[in-house]
Design a protein around this ligand. Structure first.
Ligand code: SF4
Length: 312
């Protein structure tokens, strides 16, 4: 066994809304690790941590995060851990007052798990799954090498909901590139309308060095969606969402658009369907700004290139 497993081991990534959560790592890396845009666990060999090691970390976490109201489990796909029900039950025992326990999950892994396992995890006290849809367009999913089809994601989302989980889906704005932004927007809305998630979170495609997607970009096999089309893509996506109760968030700095030294757009957020009109108004305003400004409009790819952002 590696020595680091006996040390307290933080998950390196967590959703932005889990910033105040106690972080507990029960796996390391990603068992898929092939999504071409993803840089997160590229150099990490996937491992599930033994139950006893996790229990030690949970006890240490209790000392570290005395005021935590929620817990996030890392890394990217914890449903692969066969002892997850025991782990979650132990966490709930050590943190009896915690309000929420959440984790990332891959759609494909949800599909591969028996309903009895999922309900056991849910009953033990895991409340919410964060799942990457990225795009509902089958061709875009292939470009991204996501390893899952839109119909499989629909099935996985429905299965997770049936097991009693709240589900949060991520969509990557710009994933369709200049050539496929309309299909990306329409098909992503179509998939989410079928799943009826509790939360949708938007990120914007930001292509980092060292990822296969960067090579695609350099070879001209992919063209980044320019800011104007990216806003039109979000507009088309939001217009086509038909959900009765869902919170849409754009809680990531990659969503910001800048002109000169100031940002003029930071994404759209709100309760659907109630806030749809406000979101569309925000998008219209940002589109009008781009169409009228003489300043250069910059997105997260440009800021990354210029060194203004480093961590994502
Ligand atoms: S996006 Fe998620 S599933 Fe894909 S390689 Fe990265 S961590 Fe793994």
């Amino acid at each position: 066994m590696h020595e680091y497993l006996s040390e307290y081991d933080f998950p390196p990534y967590r959703p932005p809304n889990e910033a105040n959560s106690a972080l507990i790592r029960i796996t390391r890396g990603c068992p898929w690790n092939r999504c071409e845009f993803c840089f997160m666990y590229r150099d990490t060999k996937f491992q599930t941590k033994p139950l006893e090691e996790v229990k030690k970390d949970v006890k240490k976490a209790r000392q570290i995060y005395r005021a935590a109201q929620s817990i996030f489990l890392g890394d990217s796909d914890n449903l692969v851990h066969k002892e997850l029900p025991e782990i979650v039950a132990f966490i709930r025992k050590i943190f009896p007052d915690i309000r929420r326990v959440t984790a990332y999950a891959r759609a494909k892994t949800i599909l591969s798990r028996k309903m009895e396992f999922l309900t056991a995890v849910r009953k033990a006290g895991l409340d919410r799954l964060h799942i990457g849809l990225e795009s509902g367009d089958p061709i875009v999913l292939e470009w991204l090498c996501k390893g899952v089809t839109p119909e499989e994601v629909i099935e996985a989302g429905r299965k997770a909901k049936e097991a009693g989980f709240e589900v949060n889906f991520y969509v990557i704005s710009g994933a369709g590139g200049k050539m496929r932004w309309k299909e990306h927007a329409l098909n992503s809305a179509r998939v989410l309308n079928k799943i009826k998630p509790d939360f949708i979170r938007l990120r914007s495609l930001t292509i980092k060095e060292g990822t296969p997607f960067k090579e695609k970009l350099e070879k001209g096999e992919f063209v980044i969606t320019p800011p104007l089309e990216r806003l039109k893509e979000v507009q088309l996506f939001v217009k086509n969402l038909d959900l009765e109760r869902c919170f849409l968030a754009s809680d990531h700095m990659t969503n910001f658009l800048w002109a000169g030294n100031a940002f003029f757009y930071r994404g759209v957020a709100g309760d659907l369907p109630r806030d749809k009109k406000v979101m569309l108004k925000t998008l219209r305003k940002a589109l009008d700004f781009i169409e009228s400004t003489e300043l250069e409009v910059k997105d997260s790819n440009q800021l990354l290139k210029e060194g203004f952002i480093t961590a994502l």
